[in-house]
Design a protein. Sequence first.
Length: 702
Amino acid sequence: MATSIVRAACPHDCPDTCALHVTVQDGRAIKVVGDPDHPATRGVLCTKVSRYTERTYHRDRLLTPLRRVGKKGEGRFEPISWDQALAEVAERLSAIAARDPQAIVPYSYAGTMGLVQGESMAARFFHKLGASLLDRTICANAGATALRYTFGATVGMDIEYVADAKLVIIWGGNPIASNLHFWTRVQEAKRRGATLVAIDPYRSLTAEKCHRHIAPMPGTDGALALAIMHVLIRDDLLDHDYIARHTVGFEALRDRAAEFSPAHAAAICGVSVDDIEWLAGLYGRTAVTERQPVAIRLNYGMQRAHGGGQAVRAVACLPALVGAWRHAAGGMQLSTSGFFPIDNMALQRPDLLPDWPRVPRTVNMSTIGDALLDDGQGGNGPKIEAVVVYNSNPVAVAPESAKVAAGFAREDLFTVVLEHFRTDTADYADIVLPATTQLEHLDVHKAYGHTYFLANNQAIAPLGESLANTEIFRRLAARMGFTEPCFQDDDETIAAQAIDRSDVRARGIDWDTLKAEGWRKLNVPAAPFADGNFPSASGKCEFYSEAMRRDGFDPLPAYVPPYESPNTAPELAARYPLAMISPPARNFLNSSFVNVDSLRATEGEPHLDIHPDDAAARGIVDGTVVRAFNDRGTLRARARVTERARQGLVVGLSIWWKKLAPDGKNANELTSQRLTDLGRAPVFYDCLVEVEAAAETEGVAS
């Protein structure tokens, strides 16, 4: 038997971006493990990716093109040839483009984080076509926009050093489930005497293992961060030298923070004054008095509310106030993606747009439900006539799901879906095209939780008739008569184009090196902002952002309250008094892996966690079926009465495929299409509901 080990990379939307070793025996992948030599992965994988072969060889893999034969949403298809599929797609898209190419919308996100199978050949295709642009906001855009205004880019500390920190604040995240390799380093820090603090409305698995858990109500993190600033300034727990040399706007920030006393913030957040005083004092004393490293690991949960962008701004200012950036183990990380020198012009070729540098209209992926139901008469561009979905599952993951499904159910909408499985979205497609998984194609990856470029070498031949995304769009381009040489680029060529080798951070890194060695670390200092040198226009951490002022925003960190809360919407809260959040389930990753039998069996069924006092007031006991509802929709789940959910909050771990949930729904039935203060991102955790006991039915498993 011929056996080999292939160097690969995890493609999923996770900050860890693990380096993989794939064992291939006689052309079949038999095992996927973490690369023991990769300093970020260290030989360990999450449960999900360690079972990646189950996904690749799943009995339900799509292995041939399909054409719809039933009603949209029914999921009834017949197999067709690639020639038939490509001919039909090209004919339909050409006819629409002849009227107005902006009536065609690509819809994609992070089904793969790869630079080759993501937005390379696909972007070239849609740019040449002149299709609408997609604003890819659905995950990180509020926080990323905040970091660009504050630091100049989406950059932060290197988690490889966090084991040396003396205080680690985990804010708005559950790394045991979604950032495992950071968590292992935090455990090292804990063994060395570090204090761990979790800030999260929900007492997650991570929060349970921290020394202290502070549980603000969703959407109030900005007020908490401003109150911490208030205490730091009041008690002179400041690094005055760092502030003077490496920041802009301290005096204005001081005046803003003065408005947020601990008592004021405690009332907003629903936490105690003592918690705020304790945390701020510990943070300031550890960093300033003791001159020890303090680290904040900020995650994306806290930016999924109306004021999410400004909340990230407020937290991002804290390390500069206490000089935490002086240490490799200090500072803050939300994302490191801005360190990576990517040549997007070469990858995506926006110069192919018919009227470049003029650009077509932009559709926000977070409001795709409303966009698909727009008749085109309101000045937002033409009615959408075609959607091409790849690397995403919008019927499951986009907010206000009923509207999304109604939009995709339009009989006059031509929908093409590139997929591995018949997802909720694929069931609405006119044409389904079978795509390869990560083991079956080539790619190059950056990361947003560490600073390594990684290669994904193809381990096995594509299963059945599946094709890589790049090859599908190459063939479509040929059918559409696109003759530019870039449409002939093979995947090796595209991978080589991805890295901007003129940037000093990429010194010694190219595709040939990556594919041979598996990974290479960027040339970035261990403590990148010890001496300032932020990538902002001023070179400093900008407490006051002149760019924000020019763009019409408050130039200082601010507290922007939730859309849906008792304070901001009392009439709504009278009907729907409970806040709801829907963070990731440990065994799912967005909507990936939900159909892997072993992982779904571990997850069980959809649950709704509710505090004992809230449950008692509604006659709900543990294990009974409940109905969560608001004006947007309803969801049935099994109640777990637990103090993990703070009072006034319910938690529905997500994201289930709707077709695999007992009632055919998931948490996005209840979320809204409203957008954040910065970045035009979704507000998944800015959501009021009511919960009531429901009759046990066949709609929920017993």
